[in-house]
Design a protein around this ligand. Sequence first.
Ligand SMILES: [Zn+2]
Length: 422
Amino acid sequence: MKAIVLVAAAALIAAPAAAETVLITAERMVDVLTGRTVEKPAILVEDGRIRQIGTQGTLTITDGKRIDLPGLTLVPGFIDMHVHLTGDPRISPMDSLLKSDSYWPVLGAVQARKMLDTGFTTVRNVGSGNFDDIAIKQAIDDGWVTGPRIVPAGYALGATGGHCDETFFPPSFERTSRGVADGVDALRAKVREIRKYGAEVIKVCATGGVFSRNTEPGQQQLREEELKAIADEAHMWGVKVAAHAHGTSGIKAAIRAGIDTIEHASLIDDEGIKLAKERGAFLSMDIYNTDYTQSEGKKNGVLEDNLRKDREVADVQREGFRRANAAGVRMVFGSDAGVMPHDMAVNQFAVMTRFGMTPLQALRAATSTAAEALGREKDVGAIAVGRFADMVAVSGDPLASVDPLLGAKAVVKGGVLVTDRR
Ligand SMILES: [Zn+2]
């Protein structure tokens, strides 16, 4: 038995270790950095990264692999800045209590693959119990399972009784999330603890939320000095911070605290939009999932109080998105997949253009702008020399309409054709 395991491991390790050259060709390619379309591109990949970009005929290889995608348009692999891989809305809160603790990372690996198949070659997982997202990332990076690049947060930080605490249990259960801390010093220590075990971004809940109990989206739950302590500590360690913030005051406190990305931003006002622009904060607004929650939530066992909160922030968030985008705030694609099935996240592109974005703006939100928000411009977010060869092949013109982005025909991650739906 042991020998078989070792043989399997050796095969896995040998595959990516060999210096490998791949030539990728397609009908055209969108360069999101310039906004231009390149006809008949040929992309030379070495060891997973783009070495050279030319055109067919001028750039070719004598040996190595080829991935030819005739008739299709290449766009950079998508980045979803707000996902929860270790969940599924179709598992009711009651049913989730019947699962063993290690059920969730197994489920998460399946969800990760679904996101990859729809074009997401990088996802930022903003919160999971038991450091599950870090384990999934490790299993993908080691080649045991196929999935997107993951930027994991581990446990989300938050106040006692706040959105990121355990809020559905009676006192005798004594349930507190490991991410909970109160006060400046305790939160600083919590940043260090979560980072120690592999978090590559710190997620913090600055306000109440939709799917917790006894919290309201508009309610601020950490003081600005606490948010600032988290941001300063994380930045000292070279880690960025994502703040869940629906409420107007919590959004502004998080931006003033120096937090990098504001999640949801549902009740943002004009002052918040101005602050986000001045301070360079990115907004990650999940403006699609309410459609799913309102149509399927009741059937899935979501409580009426949670459905009510979702309704209350839905339309105002979409109008806030329109105003923030028009004001020139840097917008990134964040779906909150997990609240809806993961293979539906891609549908958010259509809502983003319905609420004011051009197709190029929506595509940039999920590629080059998201890469900036991650601080990973050298790795992901564009089909450009030096970056990973992560790309999605679609039919039609994604700069005329985002519809082609909703139906990826093929997905390439690190120069490997991981999904082929032609
Ligand atoms: Zn979320």
